[in-house]
Design a protein around this ligand. Structure first.
Ligand SMILES: O=C(O)[C@H](O)COP(=O)(O)O
Length: 425
């Protein structure tokens, strides 16, 4: 038996807020699969935790992020091809953002979501390698996809600590698991040490020095002058979150489950996770405006990996961004594009084959809330060897009627599902 494990980033909404994107969209292939599946719901980390994708994905791949985890920064870094000098460097997930440089008020955490990766690369170059003026410290800045970047703060001589608060006010650090705040004061936060050590105080000082430097360097950068002339928001600040000083030491997924895993990943954090878990990674280019071609590439990568791996984890970013933007229409369209261009041909591919499929999400990003929430996500498990529950559609409400029940923690799901698949009932 082979397994395709499909994660639709942020696809779930909050049913109590009104009709969900899954209810409003037409997705015949997902519904067809749901009809032939067992179904359930899952809290991807746990009730009360509105997770970011990093810890949520770690969790739904079977690892409890409260036990061994070191934050999103290092995963973004490894996904972007950077390594971290343990003890002397701390990695952060970064957003190019628009602020009022005089008051530090945040106008947009994603500078209008129209910063191109090329523009971001040019801005990053202006800061990469900058000296921070104290502790013989420096910053490395690497742009990844759109407004997203990785920042590594390092010192040549002094030890640093990852126990520092985010400067991005949208997320709070709870240990190494970052939690989306339902509301927040839209100001660039000052980094504070989160433990009473010289290392943490020094790192917070360096983070604040980097923030000031980035604001002064980006203010009149030619990319921003051009963007302002075009009526676009300038990318004139960098918000940091999810500090981590090393990669998590996790058992490779093939050893954990006795299955070889491939991964189709498009964003640096998922590429980083797949690398850390020692999956065979097919990194595909980030999403473009051409959904048909994007999903064809992802399906080809899935096919290729299925030939050599027992299981393939496929992470599709699509629905998360419109969820953050509160754009119901775009979220519905994103589900429909995945259905037509990825799931429908996947059904043809698995027809008559001994291939099981899981479809779920890493968290909810309700368009009504514009941020991640702790709502449980729908889950279906198809296998030609299993009885199905007879649910009608792939939606939150329909899946709640399924025999898999409600997983209280994402990390409990994969072991249970593999047991069901191996038991064949
Ligand atoms: O799109 C992303 O990178 C994250 O899922 C959400 O992060 P953001 O709140 O910084 O957009």
């Amino acid at each position: 038996m082979k397994l395709v494990y499909l994660v639709l980033d942020g696809v779930a909404d909050r049913p109590g807020d009104g009709p969900t994107s899954l209810e409003l969209s037409s997705h015949p292939a997902l519904d067809e699969l749901a009809k032939r599946s067992k179904a359930g719901l899952m809290y991807t980390i746990g009730k009360g935790v509105a997770p970011e994708s990093d810890a949520a994905v770690i969790s739904i791949l079977g690892y409890n992020p409260h036990e061994e985890y070191t934050g999103r920064g290092p995963l973004e870094a490894v996904g972007a091809g950077l390594s971290i000098r343990e003890g002397y460097e701390v990695a952060f997930r970064a957003n190019f953002a628009t602020i009022d440089p005089d008051t530090r008020r945040i106008v947009d955490r994603r500078c209008g979501r129209n910063l191109t990766s090329e523009e971001a690369r040019e801005l990053a170059r202006a800061l990469d390698g900058a000296e921070l003026g104290v502790y013989n410290a420096y910053a490395r800045v690497v742009a990844t996809v759109g407004h997203r970047a990785v920042v590594v703060i390092g010192s040549r001589d002094f030890r640093l600590s990852d126990a520092v608060e985010n400067t991005d006010p949208a997320y709070s650090k709870q240990g190494y698991v970052s939690v989306a705040k339902p509301t927040f004061e839209p100001f660039v936060a000052r980094a504070r040490p989160l433990e009473d050590t010289e290392e943490a105080r020094r790192t917070a000082e360096l983070v604040n020095a980097f923030t000031e430097l980035s604001i002064s360097v980006l203010r009149d950068h030619s990319v921003n002058v051009k963007r302002s002339k075009e009526g676009k928001l300038p990318a004139n600040a960098i918000l940091l979150r999810d500090s981590g000083g090393r990669l998590p030491r996790l058992q490779p997924i093939s050893e954990k489950f006795g299955l070889s895993f491939g991964a189709v990943a498009e964003m640096p954090v998922e590429i980083g996770i797949a690398r850390v878990l020692k999956m065979d990674v097919e990194a595909v280019p980030p999403p473009t405006g051409d959904k048909k071609s994007d999903y064809r590439v992802r399906l080809e990568a899935t096919k290729k990996l299925l030939e050599k791996s027992d299981a393939v984890y496929v992470h599709l970013k699509g629905p998360d961004e419109p969820g953050h933007d509160g754009d119901l229409k775009a979220k519905v369209e994103s589900v429909e594009a995945i259905d037509a261009y990825y799931v429908s041909p996947l059904l043809d591919l698995i027809e008559g084959e001994d291939i099981a499929v899981i479809v779920t999400a890493d968290h909810a990003t309700p368009y009504t809330r514009k941020s991640h929430t702790d709502d449980p996500v729908p889950l279906i498990l198809y296998s030609p060897n299993l009885h199905h529950d007879g649910v009608e559609r792939f939606t939150e409400k329909e899946c709640s009627k399924g025999s898999l029940g409600v997983f209280q923690h994402g990390w409990e799901m994969l072991p249970k599902i593999l047991e069901v698949l191996r038991g064949g009932r």
